[in-house]
Design a protein. Sequence first.
Length: 182
Amino acid sequence: MTEKMKISGNMITGVKAAEEALAREEAKGLEDALPEGHPLKEEVEKQKAMMGGDLSGLPPGHPLIRALQHAKRSYDAKKAVEDTKEQFRTQIRKVKKIDPNAAKRVERAREDEESEHRISSAGMVNNEIQALLLKVKDLYGILAQHEESLNTDPFSRTKVLRLKRMMMAMERGLADCRIARL
């Protein structure tokens, strides 16, 4: 079931007044979108003079209304682009300027740090090599002290000779493996 409502003349008058107010507001918005010197501005003034002050009396599909709507869309689009450009310019101005020498200083500091690390690493390795060489020399001394007693039989003599050759080769090899500190 449907309910019937009574519509009074005051309600219709109120609706018409609201429609007229919205139409005036829309027409005013369309007029305001036109910048000074726009060719449609003169035509709007002519129509307003003919209509009695505003464009709200023009029918919805009127060519002037359509032209104003198109002009408003174009104006809004241009304004959005200009706002974006201005915002971008502002962001560009806010970007910190890069010091060309700062990058070189950072790179030089990094290279210095790597160089110091390389030098300290080479120093530690060379110290351990030196410690091994000292142990080999100590072993030479111990072997020299006990060589006579160890050379009593041929099997021991062979072992002593092999140990001497291995220590000489190890001494040469370790000395050649020292790392330069560049």
